[in-house]
Design a protein around this ligand. Structure first.
Ligand code: MSP
Length: 673
């Protein structure tokens, strides 16, 4: 009998130079679902990819002096590497620059045009002549071009439009009749009340001011604008309208599109309207998750945050990072990422609860029985309670995973881990070990512990790709066939006669104080990390593109105002920095820290004390007399209890760090401009 299918997608990623840990959030969540569904016997199609066209990419490539394709190729290779490093099990990776995708986008565009759902008109926007760019009202900064800060003019541009307004009533009806379509429910109300009920405008779906995009076949001045190009990836990847559309017929409609909250609108209004116009079924669900933010309110700014997923994985390992992302924040809500919270989770949930349980169990089986649990066992107090916990657990996890409630599913598993740890305290194996006639009871206790761990190793598989196998190795069952999900439902699967093998601690404990200090030093020389969704993809920028005369949607909230961000700062922003030449008068190590130095700097007539994370690269003596560049108007902070009144500039990569000095002598206090 053929398996049930399950089709899950992430958004296609905008090729930004640097992906931060927030970006991996959608993908890690989707991967956990894909792994879980495979374990439950589904034929899973898990799609991710990259969204590579648009003016911004074209610009960036020009700035770098390479072709847009060369530019995206390099970044996309990095994104694929990251997913590999994170053990993401996507079945397909689509790039909007793939030939097959582009060909299908052209067919879709033509089909919609032939049906009368796309028509030619004029788009009105604010045009910046030097940048050759159109901007929407809300993208302007103080009424000026967000890129170069110059005056803009209200101008019209020829454009094709999609009749989005025509689908308004059908969309409202669909959402009202299918409460599962938009999840969580709060996002449903947002879409209905903020966007659909007030009325939809038609949407511009082609541009003539840049050419890095899919050409419109019947009008070569135009390229297809982001919507049809990006959103259709979910069906072009399956071969829709191509010679072999078997995957499309097998997997479509998608079971779920996982997306961040800021793009729910595009996936629940524009995308279904496009599908209605094409006469295709709608996805069963769009799930809009929240954002992982940095230092959301309560967090102290002085705690360094490193958000590069590669650095984090190198430092703490993959499974702890994946565990944290899925455990810390209820899926759907916003949450805060901090190194402190991450380390706390590693120490308490992973090292203390799970790591210790395995470690103690294996060590005791080794010590009391030379590694193999005898078959003569005696049932005793607490056993049935432990068994009941595990009898209920898989169903609870399933019920929560079916609703993408990773955090609560993990909390349930960890409750069972705590219950098992408590079972050790209750049964006191060290007391049983003292008398020979208690050996059968001791053997039963050891068996129950090993069996609990076996079940746990099955249930954590969707979340952690590496730990289950490590557990199974220590439990002596790694060479047996991979356990199926249902074997977690049957107590007693831990085989007789196997020998445990003591191994390394699953999750070494981290010295939180030392670690935070190291991170502080690292972030002191590694500023400018991502905050929320730093880069706005073309899709978010395009959200306001309307036909001439249409009213602006400014003021309607859909989770964020991402479209407003610009990577440039103005000369006025730069002028806010007070950069000064400073001379090092004294330098000394800070006690108990191998990263931080305390510097006394001369700054014209005054002196400043600065703490700098450069001790691994400079001895205190080598700094005396050097002229450095100081950010003199940085808010003072305390590092390791020592006040730092500014920051000195340094260049760094993964291994090296050099401080910025001056070409020739100039008096301290001189302004750096
Ligand atoms: N290219 C569009 C999607 C087109 S889908 C047809 C896009 N790309 S993106 O690279 O900007 O974002 C990809 C995903 O990363 C989105 O789901 C977005 O919400 C998610 N995240 C980016 N920053 C995030 C956080 N800080 N926290 C959680 N998720 C975030 O949008």
């Amino acid at each position: 009998m053929s398996k049930n299918t399950f089709y899950i997608t992430t958004p296609i990623y905008y090729p930004s130079d640097r992906l931060h840990i927030g970006h991996s959030y959608t993908t890690v969540a989707a991967d956990a679902i894909a792994r879980y569904k495979r374990l439950r016997g589904f034929d899973v199609m898990f799609l991710t990819g990259t969204d590579e066209h648009g003016q911004k990419i074209q610009r960036k490539a020009e700035e770098k002096g390479v072709s847009p394709k060369q530019y995206v190729d390099e970044i996309v290779a990095g994104i694929k590497e990251l997913w590999k490093l994170m053990k993401i099990t996507n079945d397909r990776f689509i790039r909007t620059t793939d030939k097959e995708h582009q060909a299908t986008v052209q067919k879709i565009f033509k089909k919609l045009y032939d049906n009368g759902d796309i028509y030619k008109s004029e788009y009105e926007g604010w045009y910046c002549t030097p940048c050759e760019s159109f901007w929407t009202e809300t993208q302007l900064e103080d009424g000026k071009c967000p890129d170069c800060n110059r005056e803009v003019e209200l101008t019209k541009e020829e454009s094709y439009f999609f009749r989005l307004s025509k689908y308004q009533d059908r969309l409202i009806k669909h959402i009202e009749e299918n409460p599962e379509f938009i999840q969580p429910v709060s996002r449903q109300n947002e879409m209905l009340n903020n966007f659909l009920r007030p009325g939809l405008e038609d949407l511009c779906v082609s541009r003539t001011t840049f050419d890095w995009g899919v050409p419109v076949t019947f009008d070569d001045k135009h390229v297809v604008y982001v919507w049809i190009d990006a959103l259709s990836n979910y069906i072009t990847a399956l071969g829709y309208l191509s010679e072999d559309d078997s995957a499309y017929r097998r997997y479509w409609p998608a079971d779920v599109h996982l997306v961040g909250k800021e793009i729910v609108r595009f996936h629940t209004i524009i995308w279904p309207a496009m599908l209605m116009a094409l006469g295709e079924p709608l996805p069963k669900q769009v799930f809009g998750h929240g954002w992982l933010l940095l230092e959301g309110g309560k967090m102290s700014k002085s705690v360094g945050n490193v958000v590069d997923p590669v650095i984090l994985i190198k430092k703490y390992g993959l499974d702890p990072i994946r565990y944290f992302l899925l455990r810390e924040v209820p899926f759907g809500s916003d949450g805060v990422f901090s190194n402190e919270a991450l380390i706390q989770r590693i120490n308490s949930d992973l090292a203390n609860d799970l790591g210790n349980l395995l470690n103690r169990t294996v060590a005791m089986i080794d010590k009391y029985f030379g590694g193999t649990i005898p078959e003569q066992r005696e049932e005793g107090e607490f056993d049935s309670d432990l068994r009941d916990t595990f009898a209920e657990l898989p169903n609870k996890v399933e019920e929560l995973m079916d609703r993408f409630q990773f955090s609560t599913a993990l909390a349930e598993i960890w409750k069972a881990i705590s219950r098992t740890n408590k079972y050790i305290d209750e049964t006191m194996p060290w007391v049983l070990a003292k008398s020979e006639d208690k050996k059968p009871r001791l053997a039963a206790v050891m068996y129950n512990l090993a069996e609990s761990l076996r079940i746990i190793s099955i249930l954590i598989q969707p979340f952690m790709p590496e730990t289950p196998q490590k557990m199974r190795e220590q439990l002596g069952i790694a060479d047996r066939p991979a356990p199926d999900w249902d074997s977690a439902k049957k107590w007693g699967g831990y085989p007789a006669g196997v020998s445990v093998r003591k191994g390394e601690a699953l999750f070494p404990r981290i010295d939180i104080k030392k670690e935070l200090e190291e991170l502080e030093a690292l972030s002191a020389t590694n500023k400018g990390e991502a905050e929320g969704s730093q880069h706005a993809s073309d899709m978010k920028q395009a959200a306001e593109c309307k036909p001439a005369g249409a009213k602006s949607a400014a003021g309607k909230a859909d989770g964020n105002d991402a479209g407003k961000e610009s990577k440039f700062i103005t000369i006025d922003d730069f002028a806010r920095l007070d950069l000064r030449v400073a001379k090092v008068l004294e330098a000394e190590k800070i006690e108990g820290s191998d990263k931080l130095l305390k510097l006394k700097l001369e700054l014209g007539g005054e002196t400043r004390q600065v703490v700098s994370g450069i001790a691994k690269h400079y001895t205190p003596e080598s700094l005396i007399g050097k002229s450095v560049i100081l950010v003199a108007n940085l808010k003072p902070v305390k590092l390791r209890g020592v006040e730092s009144q500014g920051m000195i500039l340094a260049a760094s990569n993964d291994d090296d760090l050099v401080i910025a000095t001056l070409d020739s002598d100039i008096d301290s206090g001189a302004k750096v401009t």
